[in-house]
Design a protein around this ligand. Structure first.
Ligand code: ADP
Ligand code: MG
Length: 349
């Protein structure tokens, strides 16, 4: 990740010289609060630091996220590494990888194996076919209808984490079969928050921070008065409400995946954006929402997606393997959680 940070620091100083960027607002607790759009979602930052340090950091984080999206993670932008990898699918020479990408894909492949295939970053063809993100964002004058069984079956022939070959070395390479497409949507935000955590550590004047990016939240350091972070877990049955509050100290990443986040409806059926690689259809495991707590953003984000597909029995075992805590809200309203989660949560409904 080092290369990113250097680029970010350079770009951030350019931004500061231009004098642009957004000013934060004090919330009366000593933190500066900022909201913006990044990686196609809302980013909220609360930074406990002197005003100028906080204002500079917010820009640094924003520039870092733009950089990640443009140069690394996006499957849409032809400037990104994922785009280049996807364009190389089917070629004999494969695609040369940056060290960061080789490391990320190595972790994703391990998660694929450990989750019995539930977590799969090679689902691009199926994700594009459904395009739930596109439908959830709204398409004027068009009515959603799910793809045909045949189209889903065909898309699945271009998916499957076991079909990619990652060769690691001085120059790592990835080989993918023709038609396969990577989609890192299930880990992008957690990966980005892990990167922001590293950037925060370089800022001695920042005592604490809470940063949320889509369905993932990073807590860092502590508040000036030493009181703990309190992070609310959204209730999938009423997103304005919460199923409980986590009380946390220091650095954590909390990721939530749910069927209420992005979906499209047809014939009274809700089609959400988390696909079961075994069927090519939205996962149907009786889970409405999963929250995972881990010290590592990549782990919390990947596991929240995997556990949503696996359900509590296998999901609890997977989380334990990664030293993470997990909470499931089931379709019948039942809450199932790992034993360790009980020491962080105050259930509120
Ligand atoms: P969000 O992005 O809303 O926080 P997730 O982290 O659960 O939600 O990621 C969902 C995204 O991951 C989908 O929009 C899609 O791009 C991708 N995806 C869908 N199903 C899977 C899966 N089984 N494994 C890995 N990625 C998936
Ligand atoms: Mg995820």
């Amino acid at each position: 990740m080092k290369r990113f940070f250097r680029t970010v620091v350079f770009l951030a100083s350019v931004v500061c010289c231009c004098g642009c960027g957004r000013k934060g607002e004090f919330d009366g607790t000593g933190s500066r609060q900022y909201a913006d759009i990044a990686m196609g979602t809302v980013i909220r930052q609360s930074i406990y630091a002197p005003e100028r340090t906080a204002d500079t950091f917010i820009k640094t984080a924003q520039v870092y996220l733009e950089h990640l999206e443009r140069d690394f993670l996006s499957w849409r932008l032809d400037t990104s590494e994922v785009y280049r990898i996807n364009a190389s699918a089917g070629s004999e020479e494969g695609c040369a990888l940056s060290e960061e990408m080789a490391e990320l894909l190595y972790s994703c492949m391990k998660l694929h194996r450990d989750s019995a295939g539930a977590f799969d970053v090679t689902l691009g063809a199926a994700v594009r076919l459904w395009d739930i993100d596109g439908w959830a964002a709204g398409r004027e004058g068009e009515v959603f209808s799910p793809p045909s069984d045949g189209a889903v079956e065909e898309a699945l022939t271009f998916c499957g984490g076991e079909q990619i070959n990652l060769v690691r070395g001085a120059e790592s390479r990835l080989f993918m079969p023709e038609g396969m497409r990577l989609d890192l949507g299930a880990v992008g935000k957690g990966f980005a928050l892990a990167g922001i955590g590293e950037l925060l550590k370089e800022q001695e004047e920042i005592g604490g921070a809470v940063i949320s990016l889509g369905g993932s939240i990073l807590t860092y350091g502590q508040k000036p008065d030493g009181s703990p972070w309190r992070v609310s877990i959204v209730d999938p049955f009423d997103t304005a409400d919460s199923v409980g509050i986590l009380t946390l100290r220091g650095q954590w990443c909390i990721s939530t995946s749910g069927d209420y986040e992005r979906y499209a409806e047809a014939g009274g059926v809700r089609y959400h954006h988390i696909l079961d690689p075994a069927t090519g259809y939205p996962a149907d495991s009786g889970v409405r929402g999963v929250t995972v707590l881990s010290g590592d953003g990549l782990v919390s984000d990947a596991l929240s997606t995997a556990c949503f597909i696996l359900g509590p029995e296998q999901g609890l075992a997977l989380a334990a393997e990664y030293g993470a805590e997990v909470l499931f809200v089931m379709a019948d309203g039942e809450i199932v959680m790992s034993q360790g989660m009980e020491s962080y949560i105050e259930v509120g409904r």
